[in-house]
Design a protein around this ligand. Structure first.
Ligand code: R5P
Length: 284
């Protein structure tokens, strides 16, 4: 991602060495004179999120100590944002602490793509820019009068409605339930979509459970075609094969998370958000 963004901006990447001590601890070394410069650290908090968070933060810390004028964290996928509230009493609100951690590392600003929920904005004291990816992903569709957006869950209502408005598409809703212990998803109520080309616009595909269960229900209700647009392909565990074996006809994701080749499957298409991020950096 960093290379793609640099290419888009016509600049080269800074000379940085990231190694590990023999005990596994991260060690970063910025070998550049950044005094007085606006600097950007690009790092998704994807697997292993804990390691990437520390790596990102150490880079920010080093840049601040070198006298950079500003240090901005470009975090295409803001890991830990799934836990943005206390689902059960006593749970840590992970993203709340991660926000504090990023701030403590000296960052002046964070730029991310398609936040999981707007409540995350409240956890950051520094500016957090949330870039919408609806156009980047939506422009991959071949629009037709049979197309309908289906909102995958209550949490995604605003995102789906915004997407449907942008592309002038009708919208229908699914009611789903997730078992907090097993993580299993159940469709409680699905819409009638006979003969329709269904588009689901979601922020994350993690286990693939939501999309697989919903695609099954939608196909049962007569959907002709199911296209899933998901911004962050977390693809944990067997998600890739679950999606490949699901009734989904096409899955379009972005490159906020670098997918290893073994997670590719024929129905999958990856589009880049690098131009979107580069455009945002240009404006800084
Ligand atoms: C839910 O709030 C999110 O928007 C996604 O629908 C969810 O995180 C997907 O998770 P999974 O792929 O594990 O069902």
């Amino acid at each position: 991602m960093a290379q793609k963004i640099a290419q888009n901006l016509g600049v080269s990447l800074a000379n940085v060495e990231i190694t590990r001590f023999s005990d596994g601890e991260c060690r970063v070394w910025v070998k550049e004179d950044v005094r007085g410069l606006n600097t950007f650290v690009i790092q998704s908090l994807s697997k292993v999120a804990d390691e990437n968070l520390v790596e990102l933060s150490l880079l920010g810390w080093a840049l601040k100590n070198l006298g950079a004028k500003t240090v901005t964290a470009i975090i295409p996928w803001l890991g830990y944002s799934k836990q943005d509230k206390e689902f059960r009493k006593g749970e840590a609100i992970s993203i709340q602490l991660v926000a504090k951690f990023i701030e403590a590392a000296g960052f002046d600003k964070v730029i991310t793509c398609e936040l999981h929920s707007q409540r995350i904005l409240d956890f950051f004291k520094i500016p957090l820019v949330d870039l919408s990816t609806k156009k980047v992903l939506g422009e991959e569709l071949s629009f037709n009068k049979n197309m309908v957006v289906v909102c995958p869950d209550e949490g995604g209502r605003n995102r789906s409605e915004d997407f449907a408005r942008e592309f002038n598409l009708p919208i229908l809703y699914i009611k789903k339930k997730r078992d907090l212990k097993s993580g299993k998803v159940k469709v409680l109520k699905g819409p009638k979509v006979f003969g329709k080309e269904v588009v689901i616009f979601d922020d994350i595909i993690n286990t693939g459970g939501t999309i697989a269960q919903e695609a099954k229900a939608l196909k049962k209700s007569g959907a002709k075609r199911i296209i899933v647009l998901a911004v962050h392909p977390v693809f944990s565990g067997k998600a890739a094969s679950i999606l490949d074996n699901s009734p989904v006809d096409e899955a379009i994701v972005s490159d906020t998370i670098l997918l290893p080749k073994e997670k590719f499957f024929p129905k999958l298409k990856i589009v880049s958000v690098a131009p979107l991020l580069a455009g945002c950096i240009k404006k800084e």
